[in-house]
Design a protein around this ligand. Structure first.
Ligand code: SF4
Length: 477
């Protein structure tokens, strides 16, 4: 939301002479009517209320050639692909246009103002190049008759005195599509349910829901035609027994070369490019953590880097990494993201370090792959492979719960807050401490998972009780 507000405030520079309606409710409508009567060239937050609907425009611009008002909607998106986002944006404008037509506003063209992903900052921001403006009038005209019945239905729904029974529509959607009120609206659905079956297709999910099957206990993987991996997830829950392929895990561990570098980084992607060489939403790498194990049974070393000033950290990140790493396996969680990130966000911008990053990327080994390939299945993972789901099961002593920062998005927002000139020195110190704790835990968690697997395949620890695969081989790592 903050980024959206920031984008809007920059976009206002495209409209010289604009006046903002700063009042609310019916006073805002009165002010809008007055400014329109005065033919103010641009009105920000022009407000209309008709028949229970209220809209506030980002910018309404008087066109003296057509004697009509053109509507501009500013979005923080940087692409205009024909995807759901674009559909949502056009729908948003169609809603505004519908209400304004009912308010008898002489409406001209409708425009979507969005960030230009081709823009690369070089010196001061070039506002004209930073934004693209697309005429979406035709698409809006097509959408209006589609959405007007939905507007009426939404109004009727929201005005009901009692809440309609029967849950909400997301009962047919997978877990990642649910909002935080899902449990409230669908109290009959268990916390871990058919919605959590990994990559379940919506028709299979709908089939289960239609049969009133919500709990995994009621699922028959064969009868309900689940994929092999989905079936494994369901069976792991039903039997509450892990399934471990020690051969595959052992092979993976043998392929690693010491020293082992457990690596993770944090990055921030501002909508408005903050430094030269950056485009909208290009990631700024600002922190990394490395836990290093030079030999089996050796002492774990920790090296970290955090950029604490308001400047581009890329060069400092690259230099520090080069200082530490020369050879050995770089162990990450979700290598596709890490590699793409490094290629697209550091190596491309710093070609003089490209050779080093090619080597660094080439040494990467993805610990998550073992879990994606289901060489280790545990009901406690709940069908997920994120480190935050795997860690508490395999290394229960580690937890993110007590940290001030719990996930990557929060970390990047905190970094941006930390380097802001207005943040006090004391606050900066506190944020730096929290960021280091968070990033450090990510790599220590990877080490803990590796250590658990290493001990397991070397028969240093016992297989979990009831595990369905016998250990067949010892690791030679
Ligand atoms: S889960 Fe949330 S987003 Fe989904 S239908 Fe229910 S209320 Fe709407």
């Amino acid at each position: 939301m903050e980024q959206g507000n920031e984008v809007e405030s920059y976009a206002r520079n495209l409209f010289l002479g604009g006046i903002e309606v700063s009042t609310t409710g019916k006073h805002a409508v009165e002010d809008t009517v007055r400014l329109m009567a005065e033919h103010i060239p641009v009105i920000f937050q022009a407000t209309f209320i008709v028949d229970g609907f209220i809209v506030r425009n980002d910018a309404l611009k008087w066109n003296p050639e057509t004697n009509l008002w053109d509507l501009y909607e500013v979005k923080g998106t940087n692409s205009m692909r024909l995807d759901q986002k674009e559909r949502d944006h056009v729908t948003d404008i169609a809603f505004q246009a519908s209400v304004m037509r009912h308010a008898r506003v002489p409406l001209g063209h409708c425009y979507l103002v969005h960030l230009n992903k081709e823009y690369v900052r070089a010196g001061d921001l070039d506002i004209e190049s930073l934004f693209s403006i697309d005429d979406v009038t035709d698409a809006v005209n097509v959408r209006i008759p589609e959405i007007e019945p939905k507007m009426e239905a939404a109004k009727e729904y929201l005005n009901r005195v009692t809440e309609p029974p029967g849950g909400c529509e997301c009962v047919y959607s997978t877990r990642r599509n649910h909002c935080t009120t899902f449990q409230y609206s669908n109290g009959h659905v268990p916390e871990y349910s058919v919605h959590d079956i990994s990559r379940i297709h919506k028709t299979k999910l709908a089939n289960l829901i239609e049969q009133n099957i919500f709990a995994l206990d009621g699922v028959d993987p064969e009868l309900h035609q689940l994929s092999e991996k989905q079936g494994n997830q369901v069976r792991a829950h039903q039997t509450q027994k892990p399934v471990i392929d020690a051969d595959e895990i052992s092979q993976f561990l043998e392929s690693l070369q010491f020293p082992l570098y457990f690596f993770d980084y944090e990055a921030y992607a501002p909508a408005i490019p903050a430094f030269n060489g950056y485009s909208p939403y290009k990631f700024i790498p600002f922190q990394f953590s490395l836990h290093i194990l030079r030999e089996p049974g050796g002492e774990l070393e920790h090296v970290e880097f955090l950029h604490e000033e308001f400047s581009d950290p890329s060069e400092a990140v690259a230099l520090k990494l080069r200082e530490i790493y020369s050879e050995g396996s770089v162990i990450v969680w979700h290598e596709t993201f890490e590699k793409t990130f490094i290629n697209a966000n550091i190596a491309q911008r710093l070609p003089h370090h490209a050779e080093f990053f090619e080597k660094f990327n080439g040494a990467m080994a993805d610990l998550e792959k073992l879990f994606v390939a289901q060489h280790y299945i545990h009901h406690g993972f709940r069908g997920r492979t994120s480190i935050k789901n795997v860690l508490p099961v395999l290394a229960p002593g580690f937890s993110y719960a007590e940290l001030e920062i719990h996930e990557g998005g929060q970390a990047s927002n905190e970094w941006w807050r930390m380097i802001a000139p207005i943040t006090s020195l004391e606050e900066k110190k506190e944020i730096a401490k929290n960021l280091k704790e968070y990033c450090g835990l990510d790599t220590k968690a990877m080490y803990a998972i590796w250590k658990h697997l290493f001990a397991l395949v070397n028969q240093i620890v016992e297989m979990p009780s009831g595990a369905s695969t016998e250990l067949s081989k010892s690791s030679k790592v």
